[in-house]
Design a protein around this ligand. Structure first.
Ligand code: SAM
Ligand code: SF4
Length: 328
């Protein structure tokens, strides 16, 4: 088996696959005006067969973990079929989804039966009114019920993504810590990232995860080691807490040196970095099963062009207008 490796000897075990751009939430930092079609004629999202083919190629090149994202991935009517199709690859031992959680309470059991192994839910506030203000949806209680349903369905833990924002939630650390004290939740603070459309919001609300890290370390939280297909979070644990805290700090020096992931957008473009350029079209090689060899060759070749780092610190956000476009 060829293990995908780039020019900087980074190995890629992890694929983040966006299956739709559409979303029913209007998060202030992502789609503040709601989802709008891009106006590209005949644009359709990857079909079930195309998803099957692209993940088969990645699996045969060493991918162990796939995360489904979007947009809101659970808006796809064939979401359970997508899960089952990806799990046909025995190499893919972990299959997770990042979701806004609105369908969890209703569907999580079915997803687990189809083969899903991990759930990340995005929750930026533990206050129902503030949650509504951030997401444009009055669904806080529905999402919280979804977390309970996820644990009841047999998932051993749930990861929660919280975008850290100055004057919105950065001063609520104790509320979050209280929440995870007796719950098997890994709560991950993600630093707000600058996007093409989100510049002024970024300037107003970005705060470094270091603020949280310093508090955690001063209170006896311990930094844990990372495994090879883990995501980018620095994870901290504490003997008095059942839950864990993760910090995702893309602005920190050396964030990119441990990069182990690649992205495929909902229209089938390979993106070497969340903040890269146009992407390499794969769709013409997803038409038939017998194109797999050519597909693998194109993916391997593209990797030679993966850059050492993103250029976010220079204010260069690449083509990423907002994160619903290729999935956060
Ligand atoms: N709709 C799903 C959700 O919200 O979980 C999946 C897609 S969403 C783009 C994936 C993750 O990216 C979410 O956790 C979201 O909070 C995060 N995100 C979106 N825009 C962001 C930004 N500008 N900075 C940091 N995180 C962002
Ligand atoms: Fe939708 Fe997720 Fe973006 Fe919120 S962060 S608008 S839920 S895609």
């Amino acid at each position: 088996m060829t293990q995908l490796t780039d020019a900087f000897a980074r190995k890629f075990y992890y694929l983040r696959l966006s299956i739709t751009d559409v979303c029913n939430f209007r998060c202030s930092y992502c789609l503040p005006d709601g989802y709008k079609p891009h106006g590209v004629a005949n644009k359709s999202f990857l079909s079930l067969d195309e998803i099957r083919r692209v993940t088969r190629a990645f699996a045969s090149m060493g991918t162990e973990k796939v995360r489904l994202t979007g947009g809101e991935p659970s808006l796809r009517r064939d979401f359970s079929d997508i899960i089952a199709a990806i799990r046909e690859n025995p190499e893919i031992r972990q299959l997770a989804v990042t979701t806004n959680g609105y369908r969890l309470a209703r569907d999580v059991k079915t997803w687990r039966e189809a083969g899903l192994t991990g759930i990340n839910v995005s929750i930026d506030s533990l206050d129902a009114r503030q949650f509504h203000a951030i997401t444009g949806q009055d669904k806080f209680h529905q999402v919280m019920a979804g977390i309970d349903a996820t644990l009841a369905a047999g998932f051993e833990r749930v990861k929660v993504n919280t975008v850290l924002m100055r004057d919105v939630n950065h001063h609520q650390l104790d509320t979050f810590l209280h929440w995870i004290k007796d719950r098997p939740i890994q709560l991950r603070f993600i630093e707000l990232m600058e996007t093409g459309e989100g510049r002024s919001l970024f300037q107003k609300h970005h705060v470094s995860g270091k603020v949280v890290r310093d508090i955690l370390l001063s209170r006896g939280w311990v930094h844990q080691l990372r495994k090879r297909s883990d995501g980018p979070a620095q994870v901290f644990c504490h003997p008095d807490y059942q839950g864990e805290i993760g910090l995702i700090m893309p602005y920190e020096k050396d964030f990119c040196s441990s990069c182990n992931r690649l992205r495929v957008s909902s229209v089938g473009n390979l993106h070497l970095c969340l903040f890269g350029e146009q992407g390499v079209a794969l769709r013409d090689l997803l038409v038939q099963d017998d194109q797999q060899e050519a597909l693998e060759a194109r993916i391997s070749h593209a990797l030679n062009h993966k850059k050492q780092t993103h250029f976010l610190l220079d204010g260069n956000t690449g083509i990423t207008q907002n994160l619903s476009f290729i999935g956060g």
